[in-house]
Design a protein around this ligand. Sequence first.
Ligand SMILES: Cc1cc2nc3c(=O)[nH]c(=O)nc-3n(C[C@H](O)[C@H](O)[C@H](O)COP(=O)(O)O)c2cc1C
Length: 171
Amino acid sequence: MYSAISGLRTVRRYTGEPLSPEHLEAVLDAGRWTGSSKNRQGWAMVVFEGREELEGIASAGTFAVWVPDAAAAIALVKTPHGNDFDIGRLAQNLMLAADALGIGSCPITLHDQDRANEVIGLPDDHEARWAVVLGYADEREESEHRRQRSSTGMRGRVLLADIVHRRRFSR
Ligand SMILES: Cc1cc2nc3c(=O)[nH]c(=O)nc-3n(C[C@H](O)[C@H](O)[C@H](O)COP(=O)(O)O)c2cc1C
């Protein structure tokens, strides 16, 4: 049941193969269909492809050294009428669409906002705090990377019982 959701995990190890133009277009189009507050669609997507462009966008992140090995990144731009909730929905739609096409993905945070603005060329009233990185997974490298992360305690999800409350929040 809804395995696309429960099976969606981040991918940070890629084959280096570029995304096919059809796949990239389909992922972007899934983003376009995202629902938004008052249907304002207060977003834009800026695509970076290839090592050189990816090095540029990665330089705005703190945990993004692996990004230049990916195939593409989509910077999620919030326009003046946008909001962060909608940007989160946009990101998840891009990731689910990518997964359906056999493309791995991982969100990244653009911690250095001045740098992100410069790389993306954003007007003052636009903001891009996150990007979604895409690429075909190198399955062997990815499972080794995941095994290493698991051994440091970064794995899975908390139990439903730990996050669901009835009637009132309780500690
Ligand atoms: C808003 C947001 C920002 C993130 N930023 C980064 C990042 O800068 N670098 C990174 O490697 N992963 C980043 N991640 C990925 C998270 O580490 C990942 O979603 C989390 O560890 C769960 O991974 P899993 O789905 O593979 O279990 C980010 C995720 C979200 C939702």
